[in-house]
Design a protein around this ligand. Structure first.
Ligand SMILES: [Fe+2]
Ligand SMILES: [Fe+2]
Length: 171
C-alpha cells in the first residue's frame, strides 16, 4: 500500500521523467538542426530512456493499487548553445533529478515503506551512471574545445549509441 504522500511524490516524479524526456527530445531536435547527427542520435536514445523511467514508476504505482495522475509537461527551451553547454545543462538537469530521487528515498524511509525503498534503488544506481556519462562527455568536449575535427569525431562516437530496442534486435 502506498500512502497518499508517497503516491503524490511518485506521480510528481513521473512528470519530472516525462519532462526529462521532452528536454532531451528538444536537445535531439536542436542537434539535428545544427547538423550534429550523432548528438541528435544520442539524445534521441536518452529521450527513450527517460520515457522508460516514467513508465517504470507508472507501472509501480498501478501495481501498488494506487492511481496514476498525469500533469502538464513544461515546455523545454528551444536552443542550447554549443555542444559543451548543452551537456553542461544535461548534467545540471540530472543532478536535479538525483536530488529528487534522493528526496523520494528519504520519504520512503520516513514512511517505513520498504517496497518503495527497494523500488527506488534502481533509480539511485541509474543516476550515478547518468551523471558519470555526462561528466565523461563533458571532459571530452573540453579537451577538443572549438576544434572542428575533434567535435566531428565525438559526433561520430555519440552516433553509435543504440536504443534498447535496437540493441536487442542485434543480439
Ligand atoms: Fe530518468
Ligand atoms: Fe536521466
Amino acid at each position: 500500500m502506498l500512502s497518499k504522500k508517497m503516491t503524490d511524490a511518485l506521480n510528481a516524479q513521473i512528470n519530472k521523467e516525462m519532462y526529462s524526456a521532452y528536454l532531451y527530445m528538444a536537445m535531439s531536435a536542436y542537434s539535428d538542426f545544427q547538423g550534429l547527427r550523432g548528438f541528435a542520435q544520442w539524445f534521441s536514445v536518452q529521450y527513450e530512456e527517460e520515457m522508460s523511467h516514467a513508465m517504470r514508476i507508472y507501472h509501480y504505482i498501478q501495481e501498488q493499487g494506487a492511481q496514476v495522475v498525469l500533469r502538464a509537461i513544461e515546455e523545454p527551451p528551444k536552443s542550447f548553445g554549443k555542444p559543451l553547454e548543452m551537456f553542461e545543462k544535461t548534467l545540471e538537469h540530472e543532478k536535479y533529478i538525483t536530488k529528487s530521487i534522493n528526496a523520494l528515498v528519504d520519504l520512503a524511509i520516513a514512511e517505513k515503506d520498504h517496497a518503495t525503498q527497494i523500488f527506488l534503488q534502481w533509480f539511485v544506481t541509474e543516476q550515478v551512471e547518468e551523471e558519470a556519462n555526462d561528466n565523461e562527455i563533458i571532459d571530452r568536449l573540453k579537451m577538443v574545445g572549438d576544434q572542428g575535427n575533434g567535435l566531428f569525431m565525438i559526433d561520430r562516437e555519440l552516433g553509435v549509441r543504440k536504443s534498447e530496442k535496437e540493441a536487442e534486435e542485434e543480439s
